[in-house]
Design a protein around this ligand. Sequence first.
Ligand SMILES: [Fe+2]
Length: 241
Amino acid sequence: MTGYDPLNTLKPVAADLWIVDGPVIRFYGMPFPTRMTVVRLATGDLWLHSPIAPDPALVAALAGLGPVRHLVAPNWIHYAFLPAWQARVPGALTWAAPGVEDRAASRGVALRIDRNLPDAQADWGGAIDHALIAGSDLHREIAFFHRPSRSLILTDLIENFERRAVPPWMLPFLMLAGNLDPDGKAPVDMRLSFRKGRAALRDSIATMRGWNPARILLAHGRWYPENGAAELERAFRWALR
Ligand SMILES: [Fe+2]
């Protein structure tokens, strides 16, 4: 139970776009609910953003949508289940944000990376834009934009934990971190890591603004189904003032 049941189940968001809520993962000892995003490209191939654990029934359900061809590690700390997916879908390409390779190696995780983002030529049929959110000396995350549905796909740059879905002892930490629904945003330690790179971060925010998202998907907590552009301004106001 994570508050986002049913788990390991494809949930349609828009045409050719789904989310799948997954089990919790421990991070700094805290139970974080997980979520992946699935895009079906024009070719019929599937693109998996921040894959959750490959539950067998989920793998079968995905096979009903199309072949999994792309596995995406969108930031330096979101790669945990990629080796398991690589074993299940050996034909898929693994795309990784800066920092993933070093982090996985430092943790003894055997992860094969096929393409390094943001520089690799991403042939996703024009359906998905991407940009490195620059300016941090710690957190390197690639933001994605599903053009047909105008969906901004973030990972940890906005976290939006819901009180109803976390154990009570976790609340003081979340209040301190500033990542509680409805005012979800990057947690305070992540925000501080951008303090020397504010200009670069603002350029990155401008890129996301230019996408004019209708909604924002994220990995932890309640996602924002509407008013995407306004939610983007709200969630990044710490960087803009
Ligand atoms: Fe995360």
